[in-house]
Ligand binder design. Sequence first.
Ligand SMILES: *Cc1c(COP(=O)(O)O)cnc(C)c1O
Length: 421
Amino acid sequence: MNISKRDQNHIWHPLTQHQTAAPPIGIVKAKEALLWDEDGRQYIDGIASWYTAMYGHCNDHIIAAVSEQMRQLDLVVFTGFTHEPAVQLSEKLMAILPSQQQKIFFNDNGSTAVEAGIKMALQYHFNKGDKRNTLIAFEDGFHGDTFGAMSASGLSVYNGPFEDFFLKVDRIPTPQKHNLQAVLTKLKTIIDENDCAGFVYEPLVQGAAGMKFHDANGLEEVLQLCKENDVVCIADEVMTGFGKTGKHFASLYLETQPDIVCLSKALTAGMVPMSITSCTQKVFDAFLDNDIAKGFFHAHTYSANPIGCAAAIAGIDLLLSDEIQNDISRIQSAHQSFLKKIKNHPKVANARTIGVILAIDLATEMERYGDLRNQLFNHFMESGVCLRPLGNTVYVLPPYVITNEQLNQIYQAVETSFNLV
Ligand SMILES: *Cc1c(COP(=O)(O)O)cnc(C)c1O
C-alpha cells in the first residue's frame, strides 16, 4: 500500500476536516526548490514548505553542519548547562537582529516563541509591581495555536470552542495610509482604558491573513505610542524573519525597534523545529532579583537543542552569503516584473510584493477552505507547482535558490489560474 493510503489508518492531520478532505499527497524526497511525490511526480515548492526551507531543501551546507553536530553533542539539559552551538548562535543572531536585542531565549516552534514573548511581557510588568492584564494585537494577525498565541491571533474563525478561555486582547486595525489617525485614536483609547502589558504584531506583512501588507510609517507611530506607555512591543517575525521582506528582518524597515522578537520557520532552514524569543536588556533586567520567583520559570525540554542550533548557524551563514543575497534581489526584481504584467488583469483585485513575497488577491469572494480554493490548489499541483492559496489570495514565497526557469513556471501557473475564477 502506498504512503497516502496507509496514512489514513492512523494519522490525524493539522488544519484538516478528515470527513471531506482529499487524501494527502505522499512526498518521498526533496532537493533545492523541488519536491517529489511517491508516484514520481515533481513539484516546485513555491512556498518553501511554509517559508522554512529558504536555502533549498536538503541543503548540503546545512546537512554537513547538522551531521557533524549530531556526532558531537545531541542534547543536554539547558538549565544549568550550556554549549558552543547555543552560544555561537546567540552571537550570530546579535549581529543581525534589530538593534537593542540582547538576550536569546530558546523555544521549539513559532507558537511557543510567541507564548514566551507574551509571558515575558506580562511578567516584566508583574515583577515591577504593575499587574497589567491586557494585550493589544492587530485584527487578522496570526501568531500560532497555543492559548496565548491563539488569543493574540485575530484570525480566530476556527477557534470557537476555545474563545471563552482566551487572554484579554484588544484589537486595532492595521495602519494603512488612509486610516492612520483612526488607528492611533483607537490605540490611545485602549491604552487609556486598560492596563496594557504588550502589543503583539507581525511587522509589515501578515502571513496567514493572506500576505496582507501595512504601512511602515503607520506601524512606526503605533510602536511609538506603545513605547511611550511602556507597552512591550513583541514583533512576531516567525514568517518575515531571515530575508523574506528583502531585509534580514521586517523590523529593520522601521526606526522604532521592538522589545521582543519571535523567530522560527526559516531559523533552522526547514531542517528541525526550533524557535527563539529574543529581548532587550531592559526586559531581561526586570527579571533580575534576589527573589528566585522573579526569574522566568518557563522551559521546554528541547530548549537550545544543539542540532537545531547547528542548523540555524549554518542557515545564517547562508543568509549572509553573496549568493543568497543576490538570489533575494533576483527574485525581488522578477516578482516586480511579473506584478507589472498582471496587476491590471481583470481577474486581479490586488497584487503586491515585498522582498521575495508575492501575493495576488483574485477578483472573487471565496471561502478560506472553499471549493474554488481547492480547484486552484489542484490546478497548481497539476501544473507541477506547490502553492497553497489562502482564501482568494494566491501567494508565492519561494526558496531563495529557486531557478529563473522554475520561477517562470510558477508565474505561468499563476496566470493560467486566473481562468478558473
Ligand atoms: C507560522 C507562524 C506562527 C506559528 O508557528 P508554528 O511553528 O506553526 O507554531 C506564529 N506566527 C507567525 C507569524 C507565523 O507565520
